[in-house]
Design a binder for this molecule. Structure first.
Ligand code: NAD
Length: 482
């Protein structure tokens, strides 16, 4: 059954048919077409930017309460429809139904949070060094933002960029991943019907090479918020720098989970199974490097193998599925190739790594645990973005910490230990933006600043109070009463 969503291109308050359509395929059952979505053109992008610019004059001065009420209504509808939208998300992206519904709920909560933030936009007053003068520091909307998002959180990431952008009086052009247009279209449909004025939120679905590049290169933008791979982020950063755009990039990871010898074994295994493999390992925060102390290594690996072999890998929409498929065939091939490369490099495949067939034709594989790996091996250096994790054997905390930090990435790092001393030191010494102690590596609650270090992130943090920094600009005013 195909969805009855609008087209995938929304410009100036109108849905457009586009010049061509692309089927959105369910990765758990490739016979199932989720919908046909229009592919936009460079002209659609230019029109969307023009519509956003035209809308900005009015939208930027709407009373904050009006913006707050609109965002609140959007959040209410998303939450009320979380079961249906979660199913749509799982059907097009392949994360399990509970994960899909959870992501939709998160998107609803994000709109509710930023509804409140719209009315909390306060500034500062300061003292002047000269007598009789007052100084005010205020924040104002910036203008038009291009939002470019990946497929792995197809509603939450658009929500955490879009909600603060419009809450603070900006207008946007959203370019979602061409692999998950349904979730983004459903979101923009809700936004449009909630009464957001025409042109404030525009959507142009299409490929990165055509629509994404056109968005980055077209005049009329004031800033770009991007989430995706490092390669694309680098390209966007170059264009943005040349055009002096405000830019925020959230990119990949090769996140470590350190397991010390004093860790609770069951807790460590739970953290590793959840952090490395849930959502099919398709998370920027996935713990793909398991750095394990020699004295617990063999027990940890044996228990991991038991746990991974007991997981149910199947259609994302089936009750009881633990891990769904890869997003598409190219991603599955990349996952399988990474396992083969690790084998060729001398590592051992402790379990998994093979393609699986199920009742429905989909992109399934057995979660792979690769042991005997070196930190500088390709498996541990390049992001795979699938259910594949390498185990690196170390001796003691100091080597574990050095190994965890020895990477070009710095998004999320975890440690499992009963030692307060090591946990406290790791919190300070980890070269990553997010640290988890005795918890799986993961994203954050919506009210906290999200972002990494090194090649994982560039620019101001996202979400929570931090979003204000990116989506508003400061003004310092001196006033001498006349
Ligand atoms: P991707 O870089 O291929 O695509 C991301 C978006 O950029 C898509 O909308 C794509 O169409 C667009 N794009 C591609 N080429 C472009 C170009 N030349 N100009 C403009 N836009 C272009 O990434 P993906 O495969 O969709 O997502 C997976 C990646 O996202 C992984 O590396 C993952 O770690 C990362 N990610 C990071 C975070 C984070 O917050 N750090 C969160 C989720 C995903």
């Amino acid at each position: 059954m195909s969805s009855d969503l609008p087209s995938g291109i929304h410009v100036g308050g109108e849905w457009r048919r586009g010049t061509s359509q692309e089927p959105d395929i369910n990765p758990s059952d490739t016979r199932d077409v989720v919908g046909e979505f229009a592919l936009g053109s460079a002209q659609d992008v230019r029109d969307a930017i023009a519509a956003a610019r035209a809308a900005f004059a009015q939208w930027s001065v709407t009373p904050p309460q009006q913006r707050a009420d609109l965002l609140d209504r959007i959040g209410t509808e998303i939450l009320a429809r979380s079961a249906e939208l979660g199913r749509l998300l799982s059907r097009e992206e392949g994360k399990t139904l509970p994960e899909g519904v959870g992501e939709v709920v998160r998107a609803g909560q994000i709109f509710k949070f930023f509804a409140q933030q719209a009315v909390r936009l306060s500034g500062e007053t300061g003292a002047s060094t000269r007598p009789g003068i007052t100084v005010e520091v205020t924040r104002e909307p910036v203008g038009v933002f291009g939002l470019i998002t990946p497929w792995n959180f197809p509603i939450a990431i658009p929500a955490w960029k879009l909600a603060p952008a419009i809450a603070f009086g900006n207008c946007v052009v959203l370019k979602p991943s061409e692999f998950t247009p349904a979730s983004a279209t459903a979101l923009v449909d809700i936004i449009a019907r909630a009464g957001v004025p025409a042109g404030v939120v525009n959507l142009v679905n299409g490929s990165g090479a055509a629509v994404g590049a056109a968005l980055v290169e077209s005049p009329g933008l004031d800033g770009i918020s991007f989430t995706g791979s490092v390669a694309t982020g680098r390209r966007i950063a170059q264009v943005a720098a040349a055009r002096m755009l405000r830019v925020q990039l959230e990119m990949g990871g090769k996140n470590p989970l350190v397991v010390l010898d004093d860790a609770d074994l069951e807790l460590a295994v739970n953290c590793a199974v959840n952090g490395a493999y849930f959502s099919t390992g398709q998370r920027c925060t996935a713990s793909s490097r398991l750095i394990v102390d020699d004295r617990i290594h063999d027990r940890f690996v044996a228990r991991m193998v038991e746990r991974l072999q007991a997981l149910r890998i199947d259609s994302a929409l089936k009750d009881g599925t633990d891990i769904g498929p890869a997003i598409h065939q190219a991603q599955l091939r990349k996952n399988l190739a990474a396992v083969e490369q690790a084998r060729a490099d001398g590592a051992t495949i402790a379990t998994g790594g093979e393609r699986l067939t199920r009742e429905t034709p989909g992109w399934f594989m057995a979660p792979a645990l690769v042991t005997g790996t070196r930190n500088d091996a390709r498996l541990n250096s390049e992001e795979v973005f699938g259910p594949v994790a390498g185990v690196i054997r170390v001796r003691g905390y100091d080597e574990a910490l050095a190994t965890a930090n020895d990477t070009e990435f710095g998004l999320c790092a975890g440690i499992c230990t009963a030692s307060l001393k090591h946990a406290s030191h790791f919190k300070r010494a980890s070269q990553s933006g997010l640290v988890m102690v005795n918890l799986p590596t993961a994203g954050l609650d919506y009210h906290l600043p999200f972002g990494g270090r090194k090649a994982s992130s560039h620019g101001p943090r996202e979400q929570g109070e931090a979003a204000r920094e990116f989506y508003t600009q400061g003004k310092t005013t001196y006033l001498l009463p006349g």
